[in-house]
Design a protein around this ligand. Structure first.
Ligand code: MCA
Ligand code: AMP
Length: 506
């Protein structure tokens, strides 16, 4: 590889089709963009960023709705050698404020509709607070339109950081996972090969592009394939059902599959053109896997990853796709199952999964202590996922050693929600758990003790939404007289999960 090709964008560009007029993107309105447009528009974005003083290594933080322009911005960032820092569009001003102060970006690109976030970014001292569309002063789109459509992609080494994605964590404090150009390139090349991409494939992309699944798994497979993506602003089940007959590959979280199965016209005819359905980000229920197979004749391919590691394991494209398993480790990825203190366990035992490979991130942004605590001395990263490796080498994720809820594919750390609950004067004690939820897989649920009198459930939920992204906010707040604790004072979450296991299921 030449130096130049270690910039992830250069790798993508090297795979663009010979005829750059081929369609790269089709949006939900039917508008199309060619690969030539991708090159020209990403160059304009890169030039615009440079005009705002962005230098290689600077962070460019973005909280903007998914659109073709948002994709051009991502590619423009890569081309300028900047570090892309996407944020969930559900984050509240308070959450955005924390990330901006931690990451100190040179530029923040905001949704022009979200004045509260724009105000927060200005107060946090971000030099350039820009808006993602053509409206108003400080518009990145205006600057891009005025900029040249030629840009020489900045040379990056494989170890240079391409993106920082924040994940919360068991301490409740978000931390920025630094992913290098090589982390992302090596994983994308592996997935593109493992999942048998072929000329003519059309990816139906309905995932958000602020998390790893949509940004580093789905998107790069299509870019490396040099073929079209149907690029939807979000997962709207009707839009997906209507477009599947023209697609060949779909990637989604289990909630997407549950919702598809809820549509009467989602059937063999609708999926006749499809080659592959991939699921990840949360455990796929065996029931969903089986019902999907029965209804469509397709076997969902489940894979497993993390923000910090991108993808680690995948069921095979050719070969048995086993429900309840995430398949063998991907080529180049080593996995082992260990005790909490790092002793490797015999094959077949259950313990904490540790992974190592070119996919594993470079550490947490400005947080060497946290980084050190999550790696073993020999370079293995401790995932915090409880797993078992069967006699065929397939990994089974059987639980979590970390206190984490996954709701509709989004991670919710109970600690963060408990902290927010305990800040409310009406609440003396709180525990947050995940219990089975037909749509979201797990439903975030709070069990609380009132300071005095009774807790107003609706009021608590409304107050929490002011500070926490709404997907983190408990769907239910249940009042009890006491939260069960063991003799060490630790909340007995298993007992709570058992008590409320039927809360969201008939
Ligand atoms: C939306 N809501 C949710 C969720 N999403 N509640 C709980 N969990 C959720 N995931 C709530 C909103 O807060 C709002 O509540 C109401 O639902 C409507 O919001 P809306 O945005 O319209 O919902 P939706 O469009 O139906 O979204 C559901 C969704 C979405 C399509 C399942 O959550 C989604 O796209 N999930 C994918 C997440 C993803 O890409 N994860 C990958 C992470 P209210 O009305 O009360 O305000 S990367 C990762 O995990 C690793 C690397 C991996 O392995 O992939
Ligand atoms: P995130 O930090 O948002 O990237 O979420 C990563 C976590 O999602 C992992 O540590 C797992 O707990 C979970 N996860 C991802 N894919 C799967 C899967 N296929 N099965 C079970 N859990 C999964």
């Amino acid at each position: 590889m030449t130096d130049r090709s270690q910039n992830l964008y250069s790798l993508f560009e090297s795979r663009f089709p010979k005829d750059r007029n081929d369609v790269a993107l089709e949006t939900e309105s039917g508008a199309t963009y060619s690969f030539a447009d991708l090159q020209a528009q990403s160059a304009r974005m890169a030039n615009a960023l440079v005009s705002f003083g962005v230098a290689p290594g600077d962070r460019v933080a973005v909280q903007a709705p998914k659109s073709a322009a948002a994709l051009f911005l991502y590619l423009g960032c890569l081309r300028a050698g900047a570090i892309f820092l996407p944020m969930n569009t559900a984050y509240t001003p308070k959450e955005v404020d924390y990330l901006l102060r931690d990451a100190e970006p040179a530029v923040f690109v905001a949704d022009p509709q979200n004045q509260a976030v724009i105000d927060v970014a200005k107060a946090a001292g971000v030099n350039h607070v820009l808006t993602a569309d053509a409206a108003g002063a400080g518009s990145l789109a205006d600057a891009a339109t005025a900029a040249s459509d030629a840009f020489e992609t900045v040379v990056r080494t494989g170890d240079d950081i391409a993106a920082i994605l924040y994940t919360s964590g068991t301490t409740g404090q978000p931390k920025g996972a630094m992913l290098s150009h090589d982390n992302l390139a090596s994983n994308a090349l592996t997935l593109h090969k493992a999942w048998g991409f072929v000329p003519g494939d059309v990816l139906l992309h309905s995932l958000p592009i602020f998390h790893a699944h949509g940004l580093f798994v789905a998107l790069p497979c299509a870019l490396l394939n040099g073929t079209k993506q149907i690029f939807l602003a979000g997962f709207d089940v009707r839009q997906v059902v209507e477009r599947l007959p023209r697609a060949t590959v779909f990637m989604g979280v289990p909630t997407h599959y549950v919702r598809l199965l809820g549509e009467a016209d989602f059937d063999k005819t609708c999926t006749a053109n499809m080659r592959l359905f991939v699921s990840g980000s949360a455990p796929l229920m065996e029931e969903t896997f089986r019902e999907f197979e029965k209804r469509t004749g397709h076997t969902i391919l489940e894979r497993y990853g993390m923000t910090e590691t991108v993808m680690n394991a995948s069921n095979p494209y050719d070969g048995a796709r086993v429900p309840g398993s995430v398949g063998p480790p991907l080529p180049g990825v080593s996995v082992r199952v260990c005790t909490e203190d790092g002793q490797e366990l015999p094959q077949g035992d259950t313990g904490v999964l540790e992974v190592k490979g070119p996919n594993v991130f470079k550490g947490y942004w400005r947080n060497p202590e946290k980084t050190a605590s999550e790696f073993r001395d020999d370079g293995f990263f401790i995932t915090g996922d409880l797993s078992r490796i069967d006699e065929n080498g397939y990994v089974h994720i059987v639980g979590r050693a970390k206190d984490l809820i996954i709701s509709g594919g989004y991670n919710v750390y109970p600690k963060e929600v408990e902290t927010a609950l305990l800040e409310l004067p009406a609440i003396r004690d709180a525990a947050v758990i995940g219990v089975p939820h037909a749509d979201f897989g797990e439903g975030v649920t709070a069990v609380v003790v009132a300071e005095s009198g009774h807790v107003d459930e609706v009021g608590v939920i409304a107050t929490l939404k002011q500070g926490l992204a709404s997907y983190k906010v408990p769907k239910r707040v249940i009042e009890v007289s006491e939260i069960p604790r063991n003799t060490m004072g630790k909340v007995q979450k298993n007992a709570l999960r058992e008590t409320y296991k039927d809360l969201y299921t008939p």
